[in-house]
Design a protein around this ligand. Structure first.
Ligand code: SF4
Length: 319
């Protein structure tokens, strides 16, 4: 990968003092650990629509017809400015090449899930909303991976999200060279084990999507966009140990005739222990990588599966 993937981030998570009360909400894993691997771009939608710092709190209110973004103290309604800003800013961010977005949880502008929505005239809220900016962004660009910072505190969720970001970044780089049917199939082949390990059905479905798209005479960019939208939708669910172990066993099957009976047995045991949660993923990965190198069976698909994110992010030892 030539360039660092660009990640958009709710600006308060980057330590910018843009919250309603003049504080930040720095998420240190991003600003101090992973920052060397990504170009981080901070966005504060509420500052973007001209609300100052500090500012009155605003909330999502369901008026019976629609959800609006309102200052509950004086009734000022920011729905239209936020919708307009969100569309323009989302377009600009995607144009600039972002490969993912980390949103601040619980915010009426940035939250992705379980954001409080008040019914007009009621003091109690239901936690079933989505921040207005986040809603516009994810509706316009469903092929870009998104997450809230709260989920990134779990190493498995963090590894999976950052793997999705790198997958997207590779797709974007390929797209710069110009999509063709051949390039699309090549990309899918390179990523087939990665996909199989994260969303077993997606690999087959995406292969069919490419074939049908080109059979229908769709333009390559259209097929490529449909491919990434479908892929990211499938990858939105966190993978389990089972599909990862199954993918390792498939690779082992290809290596088997180069291994002794004992080596094969040892490899199977390590995979089995990983599947049961007794060993971290790095244990079978390291052993498998060793056998692949020794047997000179390195190929891009194995590589993508075994190195979904840079080792130096420090997450592979924790999943
Ligand atoms: S949550 Fe979003 S709108 Fe609120 S301060 Fe952070 S970046 Fe700004």
């Amino acid at each position: 990968m030539d360039k660092k993937p660009m990640l958009a981030v709710s600006a308060c998570l980057l330590g910018k003092k843009v919250r309603y009360n003049g504080d930040a909400a720095e998420f240190r894993a991003l600003t101090r650990k992973w920052n060397g691997h990504f170009d981080l771009v901070g966005i504060c939608p509420e500052v973007g629509i001209g609300l100052g710092v500090p500012r009155p709190t605003i909330r999502l209110i369901n008026d019976g017809n629609s959800i609006r973004l309102v200052n509950p103290k004086n009734g000022d309604d920011f729905t239209t400015p936020m919708l307009e800003y969100a569309q323009l800013q989302a377009d600009a961010l995607v144009e600039s090449g972002i490969c993912g977005f980390v949103f601040k949880k619980d915010s009426p502008s940035c939250g992705l899930e379980r954001v409080k929505v008040y019914r007009e005239g009621h003091v109690k809220a239901t936690r079933n909303g989505m921040g207005m900016f986040a809603k516009v962004f994810t509706t316009l660009y469903p092929h870009i991976p998104v997450i809230e910072e709260g989920r990134l505190t779990d190493p498995s969720q963090a590894e999976h999200f950052l793997a999705r970001v790198h997958f997207f970044s590779l797709w974007r780089e390929e797209g710069h060279k110009g999509w063709t049917a051949k390039a699309m199939m090549q990309f899918h082949t390179t990523n087939k084990l990665f996909l199989l390990s994260r969303s077993p059905d997606a690999k087959r479905r995406l292969g069919r999507l490419i074939a049908e798209g080109f059979d229908n005479g769709d333009r390559p960019e259209v097929v490529a966009l449909a491919y990434m939208s479908e892929a990211q939708k499938s990858l939105n669910v966190l993978t389990k140990n089972g599909p990862i172990a199954h993918t390792m066993e498939r690779i082992l099957g290809k290596l088997s005739h180069n291994l002794t009976k004992n080596e094969r047995q040892e490899m199977l045991e390590v995979i089995h222990n990983f599947r049961r949660g007794l060993l971290p993923r790095s244990a079978p990965f390291t052993l498998l990588q060793h056998h692949i190198r020794r047997c000179e069976l390195e190929n891009p698909a194995n590589q993508r599966f075994l190195s979904p994110i840079p080792l130096s992010l420090g997450l592979m030892a924790r999943v």
